[in-house]
Design a protein around this ligand. Structure first.
Ligand code: BES
Ligand code: ZN
Length: 635
């Protein structure tokens, strides 16, 4: 049976327990030391930490942000829980410049930075003796992989610099000295000093108002619920706030505030819908930060403060499933968290499933059904791109040893994971499935989860020994085998009936009726663009783009879908729009496939990529440039 140990083992706590009664399970989950899994499948190959020996339970940062030096520096005070005989603790360190490490009383401690691995960084082993609180004085390197430093010219307002972090998956070790493993949850607090007149926000409730000294402002934050360390995030810039509802609001640069607030107006409705499905929202506020266009992802579910790309703003809320997605992570991912990156599908597949449920509740079953159908197409394409039905990376639980966890960031965990859960939902009925999933979050809140825990839980609480149901669900096949099991619940072919007729007609030479196109939603237009043949006669592709304004579409998903076709067909007239797109935003999902396709076409594409990329590169975050640099041999 799976065992979970509270890091404070019975042995360790025996002394304190005599004085303080053990907290109840429920309240313990939210405030006390979070449990750690001790099963073999919960060993994180992407962290040097040995949490069963010694682990960080709480992190207190006292840092200053230096835009000139592009460094964050100060102290990190770590609370440690360790076996009584443990005399060392191992942290994750990628390029941190450590000045000294001491006990809370200032007595210096010996430490050693081990050999550096290109993905993981290095182990930082500290001789703690019997100290259980240590203070690390350090600063981040100017090229810290989690951090992007923007010049004023790279912001909307053009007056002030901007800094933001992206921790997932293993980037936070470049600016925070801790155990950077999703199974080692920590409570944390921070004091952040920034130059006047900038504002700092973090993925935690703020404490009080900023204290102002001559040239600096100091902000304070406190997260009293244990979180996976990849969820610690910061942004600093000329930020304004507007309330959107009783517990939601948006932060962004003043120039972006109106547009962002309009697009995000449905946020509170989404929270209400999510709570009806999965239980109370546990994080207090749900604010959103709309970042500058270099933000490398669509969104990032930093607790209490989702980070968003500005490219989701379409003016008509048509990309709002992104909000539903990041919100859903408040349950799947942030409450029940993948113990290691091999189990990433538990974060993203559950979230993708829950997203369509929230979308259904807020925007109706037709919209949700269409997004499920687009998801199935994305799943099939991901399987093709990852070695076909036998490809090892088409498994839900994948082997990432010796690789960057980013290698697992494909549509497989998202869409195959969601399709799996939807298959179960349809097999057992919505009512039963919803009750199970809500229960899953309650049983595993503020705790790490693995695929085997998932299997054990669903067998115990949903299947309950029903052999026929067990056979029907094919659980082991879904999680352990490549490809798509035969019991996949199909997408409804009727949801895109109109569009599919137009796709067939297009192949036969007829372009979509402009009145139909005007009526179609963004998802319908996306269906059209992703379903027509990938190879097109240039004149037809050009005419299609011109007729419907696709190369500069206001909706960036559409714009991307068209530019993707344009590159695949070497469409010269699209080059200026392509160049513009690559130069004005750095969302990895958009820029990486386009630059990859260009790079892989030595005659036509590569020269374009080599011309545009050096100019665009300063806009891109390190997690985006990392791969593209390799691809193009640029740095
Ligand atoms: N948590 C992810 C982003 C992520 C995953 C960053 C792994 C780094 C490593 C986030 O919730 C996400 O999935 N974003 C998607 C949103 C989309 C699926 C709606 C994105 O950025 O495109
Ligand atoms: Zn996600």
């Amino acid at each position: 049976m799976l065992r979970m140990i509270a890091a404070a083992s019975a042995l360790l706590l025996a002394a304190c327990q005599a004085e303080t009664p053990a907290p109840k399970r429920e309240s313990a989950a939210a405030t006390a030391v979070a449990p750690i899994l001790d099963t073999p499948d919960a060993v994180d190959v992407h962290s040097y930490a040995k949490p069963l020996q010694a682990r960080v339970t709480h992190l207190a940062l006292d840092l200053a942000v230096d835009f000139d030096a592009r460094r964050i520096g100060g102290t990190a005070t770590l609370d440690i829980e360790a076996k009584p005989d443990a005399t060392t603790i191992v942290l994750d360190d990628k390029g941190l410049e450590i000045e000294k490490i001491t006990t809370a009383d200032g007595a210096s401690l010996q430490y050693k930075v081990g050999a550096v691995d290109a993905n993981l960084g290095a182990p930082l082993e500290i001789a703690i003796g019997d100290a259980r609180k240590i203070v690390i004085t350090y600063r981040s390197a100017p090229d810290a992989g989690a951090l992007q430093w923007l010049t004023p010219a790279q912001t909307a307002g053009k007056q002030q610099p901007y800094l933001f972090s992206q921790g997932q998956a293993i980037e936070n070790r470049t600016w925070i000295p801790t155990q950077d493993s999703p199974g080692i949850r920590q409570t944390w607090e921070a004091k952040i000093s920034v130059p006047q007149p900038l504002t700092a926000v973090m993925s935690a409730p703020k404490v009080g108002e900023p204290a102002t000294t001559g040239t600096a402002r100091q902000f304070a934050f406190k997260m009293d619920k244990p979180v996976a360390p990849y969820l610690i995030a910061i942004a600093v810039g000329d930020l304004a706030f507007r309330s959107l509802g009783p517990r939601t609001g948006v932060w962004t640069e003043p120039a972006m505030l109106d547009k962002a607030a309009t697009e995000l107006a449905d946020t509170e409705k989404m929270i209400t819908a999510a709570e009806a499905l999965y239980g109370p929202y546990q994080w207090g506020r749900y604010d959103l930060l709309v970042l500058p266009p270099s933000f490398p992802f669509g969104g990032m579910e930093n607790p209490t403060l989702t980070f968003l790309t500005p490219t989701f703003i379409a003016g008509d809320k048509s990309n709002n499933s992104l909000i539903a997605h990041e919100l859903a992570h408040s349950w799947s991912g942030n409450l029940a968290t993948n113990a290691t990156w091999a189990d990433f599908w538990l974060n993203e597949g559950m979230t993708t499933y829950a997203t369509t449920r929230i979308v259904e509740a807020v925007y109706g079953p037709k919209v949700a059904g269409q997004q499920i159908s687009l998801g199935h197409d994305a799943m099939r394409k991901a399987i093709e791109d990852n070695g076909g039905a036998g490809g090892a990376d088409t498994r839900l639980r994948i082997d990432l040893k010796g690789r960057n966890p980013d290698d697992g960031l494909t549509d497989i965990p998202y869409e195959k994971g969601a399709a799996f859960l939807r298959t179960i939902e349809i097999a057992v009925g919505r009512e039963r499935f919803d009750a199970w999933l809500k229960g899953w979050f309650a049983r595993h809140q503020f705790a790490p989860v693995t695929t085997s825990l998932f299997l054990a839980d669903i067998r115990e609480h949903l299947i309950k020994g029903d052999a026929a149901l067990e056979a029907k669900l094919m659980l082991d096949l879904w999680v352990n085998q490549p490809g798509i099991p035969a019991n996949l619940a199909p997408a409804d072919p009727a949801v895109f009936a109109d569009v599919d007729v137009a796709v067939t007609a297009f192949a036969a030479g007829t372009s979509p009726d402009p009145a139909a196109w005007a009526r179609w939603t963004t998802d319908e237009r996306l269906r059209f663009l992703t379903r027509i043949d990938r190879k097109q006669p240039l004149d037809r592709l050009e005419a299609l783009g011109r007729q419907f304004g696709l190369a500069r579409a206001g909706n960036n998903e559409l714009r991307f879908a068209y530019l993707d076709l344009a590159v695949a067909n070497r469409l010269d007239p699209a080059i200026p729009a392509l160049e513009d797109f690559l130069m004005t935003q750095g969302r990895r999902k958009f820029v990486r496939p386009l630059l990859t396709a260009l790079a892989e076409d030595p005659q036509w594409g590569r020269p374009i990529a080599l011309r545009v990329y050096p100019k665009a590169r300063p806009l891109y975050h390190p997690v985006t440039t990392r791969d593209i640099d390799k691809l193009l041999g640029v740095s």
